[in-house]
Design a protein around this ligand. Structure first.
Ligand SMILES: C[S@@+](CC[C@H](N)C(=O)[O-])C[C@H]1O[C@@H](n2cnc3c(N)ncnc32)[C@H](O)[C@@H]1O
Length: 281
């Protein structure tokens, strides 16, 4: 089979997916693949292609099929233990870099690191920063470590829930996080996401004992603000949904240890991010 023959069998709707998979398989970019469409796949390549396409037809995300995903201009290993990094999360990273890249030795932790994209990208851009990353999922941490090793990035990893001061002892200037923030009773989640992406990455699972926790979507994000205050962190940058950022801003804005709480937007103008600065007496 040639590339051209394969593409002739693909519907218009699935065409770009086939290009993505073929490009990955044959290690060619889109242009090279199409220019050389008379390329004859070897028997082994044909076998892999058929395996990929079977998975894709069943709905498996492209990134899990190929085992890697782009983020901030780099490729990261992904698998079904980690959320597929979303392009919006690059805005969170961009904000950290814009605000703090002049600081030489910032102490930072990425809570709920998943594949490690946030922590690793920050380290790559600011090698002087002391970066830690944590997750409640052992399997996610394994993938994040693999990514850090592959990119020769020194990041310290912690298996813990939220910012647990009994496990993380050091001082912190900045906490950055894209925690799970969906609510099972309120948010619509695509079937494919529910089927393939880890549930723990989507929905906060444990309602905190503390007084205010809003609905399920706010549980972890709100607790994280509280934990930052207890740990005397200086800054917190977080990705949530517009609904959750609104609720959190309204709930937390009167706290006397919060100097500033600001919502900021994704590229579609949705105020999905929170930027907090804390002060202590
Ligand atoms: C939305 S994903 C974000 C992954 C990655 N940071 C990214 O942006 O692609 C949330 C991550 O938080 C982790 N997580 C869920 N509950 C947690 C908790 N209580 N403490 C720490 N991490 C948690 C999940 O395992 C998942 O990796």
């Amino acid at each position: 089979m040639t590339v051209k023959e394969i593409l002739q069998t693909i519907s218009k709707k699935n065409y770009e997916d086939a290009i993505w998979l073929l490009s990955f398989l044959l290690k060619k970019n889109r242009g090279e693949l199409l220019l050389d469409s008379s390329y004859q796949l070897s028997k082994d390549e044909e076998k892999v292609w058929l395996k990929y396409w079977k998975k894709r037809v069943k709905g498996e995300p492209l990134q899990y099929i190929t085992g890697n995903a782009p983020f901030y201009g780099e490729e990261f290993l992904v698998n079904e233990s980690v959320l597929i990094p979303r392009p919006e999360t690059e805005i969170l990273v961009e904000r950290c870099l814009k605000k703090f890249s002049n600081e030489k030795e910032l102490k930072v932790i990425d809570i709920g690191t998943g594949s490690g994209v946030i922590a690793i990208t920050l380290k790559q851009n600011c090698p002087g920063w002391i970066i830690s990353a944590s997750d409640i999922s052992q399997k996610a941490l394994k993938t994040a470590k693999q990514n850090a090793d592959e990119k020769k990035c020194s990041v310290q990893f912690f298996l813990m829930s939220g910012l647990d001061s009994t496990k993380f002892k050091g001082s912190l200037d900045l906490v950055v996080s894209n925690p799970p923030y969906l609510s099972e009773s309120v948010d619509y989640v695509e079937k494919q996401v529910l089927k393939y992406e880890p549930r723990v990455a989507l929905f906060p699972y444990k309602k905190p004992k503390k007084a205010w926790s809003g609905d399920q979507g706010t549980w972890m994000a709100s607790q994280l603000i509280e934990e930052c205050l207890n740990h005397r962190v200086r800054f917190l940058l977080m990705e949530v949904s517009a609904r959750i950022s609104y609720k959190l801003e309204r709930h937390w804005r009167k706290n006397t240890n919060i100097k500033r709480i600001e919502r900021f937007s994704d590229l579609a103008g949705r105020k999905r991010f929170l930027d907090l600065e804390f002060i202590y007496g």
